[in-house]
Design a protein around this ligand. Sequence first.
Ligand code: 13P
Ligand code: ZN
Length: 263
Amino acid sequence: MKYNENIAACIAEVAEVAGYLWQKGWAERNGGNISYNITPFVDDMLAGCGLLYGPVALPRPFENLSENYFLVTGTGRRMRYVASSPMDNMSIIRILDGGRAYGIVAEKAIVPTSELPSHLSVHSYLAGRGDGYMAVIHTHPIELVAMTHHREFLEKDVLSRLLWSMIPETRAFCPKGVGIVPYRLPGSLALADATIACLDQYDVVLWEKHGALAVGENVVEAFDMIDTLSKSAQIYISGCAMGFIPEGMSDAQMQELKQAFNL
Ligand code: 13P
Ligand code: ZN
C-alpha cells in the first residue's frame, strides 16, 4: 500500500524501535507491543479504506478516540519481525461506533495486541490531556523487571530515586522518574486503569513482575526513556554483582543537576 510520507515515517519509526527492543533482549517471543496515534496524518486514501476485519467490540467505550486511527502491533507477533517486515506484523485500526468498537482498515487483518485495553486507555487519557503525546510502548526490560521483584523497590518513588542517582543522564532525561503499577493480569482493564492512574505523574511506569510502559510524543522518545532507566538499572546491578551496593549520587548532587538543567 502507498502511504503518505508522514504515515510511512511512523511505520518506519515503529520498525526501527521494534528492532531495538529485540536487540536489547527485551522482546522474547512476542513480548511487548507498540501503538502510535496517526490520526493527524490520515488522508483520503486511508479514510476511504473499508474494513478488512471487524467491527470488534471494545471492552469499554473510548468516546474521545472515535474515528481515530492507530498503528498497532499484532498479538502474538515478534518484534524482530515487526522490524524486518512491519506491515506483515501490525495493522492500522480505526475506532468506530462512537468509541465502542474497532476495525482493521490496513494493510492486512493482523489482530491487534492483547494489551489493546491498556494502549487505548492510555491514548484516551493522552488525547484528553492534549499535549501531543502520540506513542505508547510496552516492553519487557530485563533489569527493570527484575527490580520489581523486590518489595522495597515498589514503594512510591524509591526506584525513581535510586535510578536517578546512578548516572546524571537519568536524572536529566527522565525527570519524572518511574511509576509502579502493582501486578495485574496482562491485557486486563484493571492493568489499564492502574496504568493511567500513574500517568498524571510519570511518563514511564513499571508493571510489577511484567514490564514497562512508556508514553511520548513519538516512539523513539518513549523508547529512549525506558532505555535510559534501564541503563541505570544495569549500573546498579553491575555494582551488586561486584559485591557492593552502588553509592549513588548524593541528594545535593541531584539537586544541583535539577537546578542546572531546570528539571
Ligand atoms: P501481544 O503479543 O498480545 O502483544 O502480548 C505481548 C505482551 O507483552 C503482553 O503483555
Ligand atoms: Zn507484556
